[in-house]
Design a protein around this ligand. Structure first.
Ligand code: ADP
Ligand code: MG
Length: 815
């Protein structure tokens, strides 16, 4: 049975599904015969569901029960309510309804319901959002889901036919979002170098600009009220829809009209007849600032990658609004005009996803599908449907029926003429052939089998195709993932750049006790993402909470933590506690700041007071640059407050904008904090260097001495260039070298013991630590270093870093 590969583009505005049968990609139309299904869900008061174009009709008239743009809420726990039915669904559940609708269209077209598919997600998506997309696929009825980044999918559909090495810029402008990605292909492998974008720039903004223009023109003729009431808003929506139609028309035509007879903008009193005409030139002038914004984001991305505009080998345009002529010329010309030809911007993503499903070997046909009727000898052929290898192997096996003789030889012929040499058929009927492919195209082969006399034997499935094209390098991890420890350091499980999938287990020890029934006190295993050696400088992405363990778990108990990341970036965390036999499985709390308004309001207040403090600190430190940075914050705060008001009025977008603003404010304040902390960081580094020089010159080996010299040089240059991350890393090396030398010194057990005695107050279990100290003092007096060492190693359990460090390290309960 032929394999079928399915791709799904789950867009913010529109979704689509495509199939690839190894020969051709086809976008599967929905029941309206359209390639795109609007990502809109409606639930009526009886709980009946409508998806797509049918639901879209109700956006104007029944917005309380019709929802769009839920992709923006993916990965959050914000539930979207449907007033009439009283139902309320998460973004992933709404997306699942869209997927169900796409799968049912596919089922009509293919005759079976796909069991597996590749779903595309924006490069800007982080783990929680990807996670939610996987869940949407599963809820939607898929047994297997793989994710692909949208820009990679676009690139695959733009380039699988043609050899274009070098850098590609993927410009994806959708209904409400802009995603810019810089991709690199090298030896047939494809990877995302960098990406950026604007979550609030898209086709909808074009509509708004045009609607504003229309309102201005109408105001010149009529006395219009400010738009406030719901009915006025409904009228505005109608106007925007008309503007969208006009905008789309202007992509083809030189002029277009916005016509709405008797539009009731002021609630029904005085209907106005809208009849406006706009030329393409006028429209382009209106949207020029939006095009500028988009271009500046592209330039930032390439600047960030230290690439110049003329190094871009190819620009791929994706998304509906890129059909607007001036966007194409503006962006295209800025990058040398090398625009990928012949790509449908509306379906590039979904086509690429379907092709990738083939590369990944994800077959969508139901496992129990029966064989097709055969004529001739059955043969099973196995090969990669898409490969970057020009001479891939094809293996197969003849399955002769009763009375049929195995062929003696087999060969393959490419449809455009090439014929391979004869290969022998093994006694089991198996054979191996080597294909020769033409670059970047679909290669169709026929298999020819002959008997010992050279007569051809008819075969049941003699034809098959292999596509030569790019394959994707497994997406490497963009930031390191690890467990934050109680001493505010990170145990890195997966360093940045790790290929996926990946799985690691490490043993940790608890630093506080957990009682049998839990009783409120739980132990956290925080999971962080980032490059800093100090845990608190990284980003918390989730945690395992260990509570009710069945029996008391004393300090120092073993916990085995396993983190596994699949190719889609989905992470499972698991903790095994051998002493109790308990496992805490899949209990990762994904921390994407939820858009709950209370939380955001709190965050805003905190940001406000932080900004006051930061300004004072910057002033006191007379740090002009930091002060300048803090000074940008009040304007952002004002905008955030405005968004908060709108969000409280039920505007979901405003809630998301608010979240983004808060992140931006926090980012600015973090940068200021780091800048102000910088002198401390430098001082700490200098102190550590001083200590290291002492111990390593006294007790280090010559290679340790060399490593230290090198680390010091690098730390100094990090200080010169103001690179906190680099300095942090070097200090870590310096501390390690110090530790090694220190432990070689005969005085070290005594010095360590002294330290414990002085810091007894910060032990996690003071009575037990004190008892150990009493025991140790005797050995100390007798000068018994070995005995003291064993006491020290027991004491170590009770000193997992200071309380302050633990608190900073996201309350980590492990070391
Ligand atoms: P998303 O990726 O967000 O799902 P799409 O790529 O499907 O979005 O783009 C939807 C947007 O494209 C809408 O704003 C729509 O008005 C706009 N659009 C569709 N066709 C055209 C066109 N021919 N010219 C300009 N804009 C278009
Ligand atoms: Mg899209």
């Amino acid at each position: 049975m032929k394999t079928i590969h399915i791709g799904i583009d789950l867009g913010t505005t529109n979704s689509a599904i495509a199939s690839f049968d190894g020969e051709a990609v086809s976008v599967i139309p929905n029941s309206f015969g359209e390639n795109l299904t609007p990502s809109i869900v409606r639930i009526d008061r009886r709980g009946n569901l409508m998806v797509g174009r049918q639901a879209a009709r109700y956006l104007e008239t029944d917005p309380a029960n019709t929802r769009s743009e839920f992709k923006r809420l993916m990965g959050t726990d914000v539930a979207t309510g449907f007033a009439a039915s009283g139902l309320s669904l998460l973004a992933e559940e709404l997306s699942a309804r869209v997927i169900m609708s796409l799968l049912s269209d596919a089922s009509d077209a293919l005759g079976f319901t796909p069991r597996a598919a590749v779903i595309s997600t924006p490069a800007l998506f982080e783990l929680p959002q990807n996670h939610a997309t996987m869940r949407a696929g599963k809820i939607g009825g898929l047994q297997e889901v793989l994710l692909i980044q949208e820009p990679v999918a676009s690139a695959i559909s733009a380039g699988w036919r043609e050899d274009t090495p070098g850098l590609w810029l993927i410009f994806d402008l959708g209904g409400g979002t802009l995603d810019i990605s810089l991709l690199e292909t090298r030896e047939g492998m494809l990877r995302v170098m960098d990406h950026s974008g604007d979550n609030f720039l898209g086709g909808k903004d074009f509509d708004n600009v045009l609607a504003d223009w229309a309102l201005d023109r109408l105001r010149q003729e009529y006395d219009l009220p400010d738009i406030k009431s719901p009915s006025e808003r409904r009228a505005l929506l109608k106007l925007k829809n008309a503007c969208e139609q006009a905008k789309i028309e202007l992509s083809r035509a030189e002029r277009s009209a916005i016509v709405i007879p008797e539009l009731c903008i002021d609630g029904g009193g005085n209907p106005v007849d809208v009849d406006l005409e706009i030329t393409r030139g006028e429209f382009e002038k209106l949207i020029a600032p939006l095009a500028d914004r988009a271009l500046s984001i592209c330039l930032l991305v390439i600047e960030h990658c230290r690439v110049s505009a003329d190094e871009i080998g190819r620009v791929v345009f994706v998304g509906g609004p890129t059909m607007t002529a001036c966007i194409r010329t503006r962006i295209g010309e800025a990058f040398g005009g090398r625009i990928a030809p012949g790509i449908d911007p509306m379906t590039a993503v979904v086509r690429g996803a379907a092709l990738y499903a083939a590369t990944a070997g994800l077959d969508a046909t139901p496992a129990n599908a029966g064989p097709r009727p055969l004529k001739g000898m059955a043969v099973r052929i196995e090969h990669l449907p898409v490969t970057s290898d020009l001479e891939p192997f094809v293996v197969g096996r003849f399955l002769p029926g009763p009375g049929e003789q195995l062929p003696a030889a087999v060969r393959m012929r490419r449809e455009d003429g090439f014929t391979g040499p004869d290969a022998a058929v093994g006694s089991e009927g198996s054979f191996v052939l080597q294909a020769s492919l033409q670059r970047y195209c679909r290669n169709v082969f026929t298999l020819a089998a002959t008997d010992a006399a050279g007569r051809e034997i008819p075969l049941a499935t003699p034809r098959f195709a292999i596509v030569h094209g790019v394959s994707i390098a497994d997406p490497p991890l963009s930031r390191s993932v690890g467990v934050a420890l109680a001493d505010d350091s990170v145990h890195v499980y997966f360093p940045k750049g790790t290929g996926l999938p990946a799985r690691k287990t490490f043993v940790h020890k608890t630093v506080k006790s957990v009682s049998a029934g839990g009783g409120g006190a739980s132990l956290s295993v925080p999971i962080v993402q980032g490059e800093f050696y100090r845990a608190h400088r990284n980003c918390l992405i989730g945690s395992l909470e260990i509570d009710a363990v069945g029996r008391d778990l004393p300090v120092g108990s073993r916990i085995e933590v396993t983190l596994s990341l699949d190719r889609s970036g989905q992470m499972h965390a698991r903790a095994d506690i051998p002493s109790t036999g308990k496992t805490f499985d899949n209990i990762i709390h994904i921390l994407i700041p939820t858009a709950s308004l209370e939380t955001l309001e709190e965050a805003l207040k905190t940001a406000e007071s932080r900004s006051d403090q930061a300004l004072k600190k910057a002033f006191r430190a007379s740090d002009a640059r930091s002060a300048r940075n803090v000074n940008q914050v009040p304007a952002l705060l004002v905008e955030a407050k405005r968004s908060l008001e709108a969000a409280c009025g039920g505007d979901y977008d405003a809630g998301q904008r608010l979240r983004r603003l808060i992140l931006e404010i926090e980012g600015t304040l973090d940068a200021v904090d780091q800048a102000l902390e910088w002198p401390e960081l430098v001082q700490e580094a200098n102190e550590k260097i001083e200590v290291a020089v002492y111990w390593v010159s006294a007790r280090g080996t010559s290679s340790e001495q060399n490593l230290l010299d090198q680390a010091i040089t690098e730390a100094r240059s990090a200080i010169d260039s103001g690179d906190a991350l680099e300095l942090d890393r070097r200090v870590k090396t310096i501390r390690r070298l110090t530790d090694a030398a220190y432990h070689r010194d005969p005085r070290s057990p005594f010095l360590t013991f002294d330290w414990y005695s002085e810091n007894i107050a910060s032990a996690t279990d003071v009575p037990r630590a004190a008892a150990l100290l009493d025991e140790g003092r005797e050995h100390y007096r007798q000068g018994d270093a070995d005995a003291l060492k064993s006491i020290n190693s027991k004491l170590y359990t009770f000193f997992p870093g200071t309380e302050e460090e633990r608190k900073r390290s996201f309350d980590s309960g492990v070391r």
